[in-house]
Write a protein that binds this ligand. Structure first.
Ligand code: AMP
Ligand code: ZN
Length: 299
């Protein structure tokens, strides 16, 4: 199938038809048109799910203690958002909300906003005992939050993430990631999306973070599939392919069937960015999308 160039419509008119802004940067209501693409993409991804994959859908919040143990505060404290509430009896809460600075009365809860869909999977899998010899694969999704410092098109504060996660031997995880790097590019082709695979690093915090990012690049632990949204010259990361080595298995004591330390890896799909890329490539009129693309998305 031919890979289409970007449509003529300017970026502003595309986003206006798809996303209704809120008073807060990077937070939008999604229109019915946008949702049709999201639904199509979600079922397209489901159709590529590997056999014996366990499906879990997570809420947009997760355990604060679990995220702390995962090392998030060390690596990405600048992106984290927590859930805080007013506590106390009726009188205390009434008094608190009367204050002009009532926000200062908020107290932390045991919840944080999930920054990625896969964090809750590792402790859940560890609780079920050693990983079976054939490994484990999960299909997970959640709304995610990241306290991004800029809100250009495609950089949301809250967005929908779908992931496949593999837990097993180092070889099983490498194989899983290799399969998905190949499959994801085939999927992008089936959707008529211009795409390029690139080595990548996570936005680690601070000076020490720069070293972590360099080491991640050196060890080829992260790749991204870049697809044009804002421009063809600077395409946007719409999927990522991650190898965590023994990071999560050390934290959660994940072992393989014969007692060795497990490895983990994940592939992540940024659904909102993928939907934007679809409209940017094929235009706002779904009926004018190439027939094969409409068929693949069932729209
Ligand atoms: P990451 O865990 O950073 O590799 O993110 C996985 C995928 O989520 C990325 O490839 C993006 O498609 C998507 N994503 C990450 N951050 C954002 C954001 N701020 N807004 C929208 N999508 C995002
Ligand atoms: Zn993940």
């Amino acid at each position: 199938m031919l890979i289409a160039p970007l449509v003529e419509d300017d970026l502003d008119s595309i986003t206006q038809a798809l996303l209704v802004p809120s008073p807060v940067g990077g937070v939008y209501a999604r229109t019915g048109l946008f949702e049709r693409a999201i639904e199509g993409l979600s079922s397209f991804i489901s159709r590529h799910r590997e056999p014996e994959t366990q499906v879990l859908r997570f809420p947009p919040v997760m355990s604060r203690v679990e995220l702390e143990r995962s090392g998030y505060l060390h690596s990405f404290p600048h992106l984290l958002g927590g859930v805080s509430c007013l506590k106390g009896d009726e009188a205390a809460i009434r008094a608190a909300v009367k204050q002009p600075d009532w926000v200062d009365e908020l107290a932390p809860t045991e919840l944080v906003l999930s920054p990625a869909a896969c964090y809750p999977v590792y402790p859940m899998a560890a609780a079920a005992g050693p990983i079976p010899a054939k490994g484990l694969i999960f299909d997970v999704a959640s709304d995610c939050f990241r306290h991004e410092s800029t809100h250009e098109v495609g950089r949301f504060q809250t967005f929908q993430m779908r992931e496949f996660v593999c837990l097993g031997t180092p070889e099983q995880v490498i194989d899983f990631r290799t399969r998905w790097i190949f499959l994801a590019q085939r999927m992008a082709k089936l959707l008529g999306l211009k795409h390029e695979l690139a080595p990548a690093s996570d936005p680690f915090f601070g000076r020490a973070g720069r070293l972590a990012a360099m080491s991640q690049l050196e060890q080829s632990l992260k790749f991204e599939l870049l697809i044009p949204i804002r421009s063809e010259e600077e395409p946007t990361a719409c999927m990522s392919f991650n190898c965590h080595r023994d990071h999560f298995s050390t934290v959660w004591h994940l072992v393989t069937a014969n007692g060795d330390q497990a490895h983990t890896g994940c592939v992540a799909f940024g659904l909102d960015r993928l939907a934007l890329a679809m409209f940017r490539t094929h235009g706002l009129d779904l009926t004018k999308w190439p027939a094969i693309v409409r068929e693949n998305l069932s729209i």
